[in-house]
Ligand binder design. Structure first.
Ligand code: DAH
Length: 347
């Protein structure tokens, strides 16, 4: 307060304006208005020189007090505004720790992976070993060794992807038979299976250029069709259910003699006949007793050893198991489709 009584109006207004300044910019404008070169306080101080000495001293003391009060008010308000600004910023940056987090999307096993694991599992439980074989194969392993010489008409049925000679992308898993026999070096019994990709120039609702097959091979002395039927029935029942029936239908494959296609009772209508199977039976795999020439190519003596082999498409198993009428969705990577199988398998 001024030494000589109440503050002058302009000084009261100055302090009130400063205390109400809403922004740093407004506050700065007030500083200039009062303390700047053209400011009110500066002007009043300048006017002191025109006063008589006694009056000048008293007036000077009052003005200095106003000046100090205004400076204090400015710095107080600067503080207040800084505080408000920080509060506002913290308010905006506030984290709600009680909000539920964004959980990562869990992957699920691909239906083909599920079927693959299931097939591998049943083969292992039946006493087979599992092995792999190259997807890039020589024509000899893919055809010749399997009793399909270059002019053999059955080669036409395999729309082959030819690579640089002598390689092809294997058109079936059957060349694994030759590799397994040669690696076994005449050892008996031989019970071996494989699961892997195969390739054909085929592309429609139920065929893709890359598909997967599972194949099994058993060799020993005195192996016959009943052994084949017993093993295939065990596999089919394990995968599709304990009440499945199968039947062997005479057929032809160059690498087996005799050859049989295996039908199973339709899992969709339980063998009564439906839109999918018509007859109650569904063809699922190719099989037969290993051809003597194939045994020879594998290093076994057909006079002493016999065996059976069978091969089937993994996608086809998946389609029958999950009731799909198209194969392509399995490879189109729509996660909504692919995730459905998690729920399915836990039923
Ligand atoms: N390799 C045949 C195919 O891809 C399937 C097959 C038939 C495999 C008979 C076999 C068999 O092992 O004995 O069409």
């Amino acid at each position: 307060m001024g030494g000589n009584g109440a503050r002058e109006d302009w000084a009261i207004v100055a302090l009130a304006e400063i205390a109400a300044a809403p922004t740093v910019a407004a506050l700065e404008a007030l500083r200039v208005q009062y303390l700047g070169k053209q400011g009110r306080v500066t002007g009043e101080l300048r006017a002191l020189s025109g006063l008589p000495a006694l009056e000048r001293r008293a007036r000077g003391a009052v003005l200095n007090e106003y000046k100090t009060d205004i400076e204090h008010a400015l710095s107080r308000q600067r503080e207040v505004l800084a505080q408000a600004e920080q509060t506002q910023r913290l308010e905006q940056e506030r984290l709600d720790l009680t909000l539920p987090g964004v959980s990562p999307a869990w992957g699920t096993l691909h239906p083909i992976t599920r079927v693959r694991r299931r097939l591998a599992d049943v083969m292992l439980r039946l006493g087979f070993t599992l092995r792999t074989a190259p997807e890039m194969e020589t024509e000899w392993y893919n055809f010749e060794a399997l009793n399909m010489p270059a002019d053999h008409p059955a080669r036409e049925m395999h729309d082959t992807f030819y690579l640089e000679a002598p390689y092809v992308l294997r058109t079936h898993t059957s060349p694994f038979q030759i590799r397994a026999m040669r690696d076994a070096g005449g050892e008996l019994p031989l019970r071996v299976a494989t699961l892997g990709f195969t390739y054909r120039r085929d592309d429609d609702a139920t065929h893709t250029p890359q598909f997967m097959q599972m194949e099994g091979l058993v060799l020993d002395r005195g192996i016959g069709l009943p052994d084949l039927k017993g093993v295939v029935l065990a596999v089919v029942r394990d995968v599709f259910g304990p009440t499945e029936r199968i039947r062997l239908r005479p057929s032809f494959f160059p690498f087996t003699e005799p050859s049989a296609e295996v039908d199973m009772s339709c899992p969709l209508c339980l063998g009564t006949g439906c839109r999918v199977c018509h007859t109650g039976w569904i063809e699922i795999l190719g099989s037969g007793l290993v051809h003597p020439r194939v045994l020879e190519a594998g290093g076994y003596d057909p006079g002493e050893v016999s065996g059976f082999a069978f091969g089937w498409g993994v996608e086809r198993v998946a389609m029958l198991l999950y009731g799909l009428d198209e194969l392509r969705p399995l490879y189109q990577n729509d996660v909504r489709f692919l995730q459905a199988f998690d729920a399915w398998d836990s039923l």
